[in-house]
Design a protein around this ligand. Sequence first.
Ligand code: GDP
Ligand code: GDP
Length: 440
Amino acid sequence: MKPVIALVGRPNVGKSTLFNRITKSRDAIVADFAGLTRDRHYGDARLGPREFIVIDTGGFEPDATTGVVQRMAQQTKQAVAEADAVIFVTDVRAGLSAQDHEIARFLRTANKRVLLAVNKAEGMLDAPQIAEFHELGIGEPHPVSAAHGQGIRSLLEAALDEFIFDEDHDGEIEDGSADRPIRLAVAGRPNVGKSTLINAWLGEERLVAFDLPGTTRDAIHVPFERNGRRYELIDTAGLRRKGRVFEAIEKFSVVKTLQAIADANVVLLLIDATQGVGEQDAHIAGYVLESGRAVVVAVNKWDAVDDYQRQMLERSIESRLGFLKFAEVLHISALKRRGIGAVWKAIDAAHASATKKLSTPQLTRLIHDAVEHQAPKRAGAFRPKLRYAHQGGMNPPVVVIHGNALEHVTDTYKRYLEGRIREHFKLVGTPLRVEMKLGT
Ligand code: GDP
Ligand code: GDP
């Protein structure tokens, strides 16, 4: 599971700037799930091969009594509770304030690993003012400049120091053979029907669940077998077992959802037919795409909507989840146990596509055919020349193309190649990445 780092500190110290610096900020997920977590932002980050999740919070003023400020403080407390480590951001130009001391007091009781960042320290990384921050009792101050990108690397090194990373998880050519369990995450908003579906599954005779919730930092992985095939359900909803039945005790956790998606081979994204596709659904879907996981979309509660609502739904899926065109969209009722078999078929198909072996000769021939049909555009004096292709990874499949002047291949042309590859290898339910090998 990816570790989670929360950024906390009073307003204006530069948390958002630091967040943007650390994450690929364009994929930041604004957690507005059910209005509970509006002020926390979640983003994906990596330091070399180590991947982690960053949470940005609103300002934090523990003493204030006004509504907004109190809510922010609450946000920060929740973010700290969700995090494995905390970066406490302060501002060297403003100096230490009473609020900083308040926050430090809170963090000392929080029982989490805390790093102290002293921001806005561009041009003064060794200045005596930095040492004053020792006073907070949080440990060694790390001078950084979020705006200028200074000191960030060593701050993150220190923050990630104690975590163990599963470094061979991503991008490797993973053996897609049937004796490895398919890791499955069921994602979706609160009340979309995750628990109902999982319990419907577990009630199936064909599905044999094993009684060994391997506990990795709170997350349950439920191993089971269906028609002789092994799966592992990765919990997204704080599921706890009560006899034969699973119950979501914690209604929704953004962090758990993001971690489960990152850890899964296939994500089943549930949409609530009675609610339509909301912004949060699109956020989760965007994250799934970004993480490269295979995905199946199931519109649940299909029993509870009329024809008009069904039409509106189709439209909202097209407009809001259009970027998941490669995914199968199914209509189900977890409650009435309808359409469930189709979900399994789609999960298996998506996994098979995501882990398919794409042979180098076939890929290369395919690329040559594609070029013959439609050559890449010349860019000034350069005409990209695509020589050969090989597979660079699975889940998601990555196709690496070698040749000359490949930096001039346009995104449109890449999408064209992607389409040809998809069609040829009949890839469904998985993102596909086409990469140009530059400098050869
Ligand atoms: P937040 O309220 O803690 O999220 O703070 P912001 O990220 O919004 O930053 C507050 C202000 O500080 C903005 O005007 C930023 O441009 C500025 N700022 C952030 N980081 C730095 C830095 O490293 N150096 C300087 N000089 N200004 C910074
Ligand atoms: P979770 O929060 O995603 O785990 O959602 P739950 O499984 O707890 O379901 C929330 C509510 O939706 C419950 O009242 C369920 O009975 C109801 N529900 C779940 N699936 C369906 C369905 O297919 N049709 C209908 N009509 N209601 C459903």
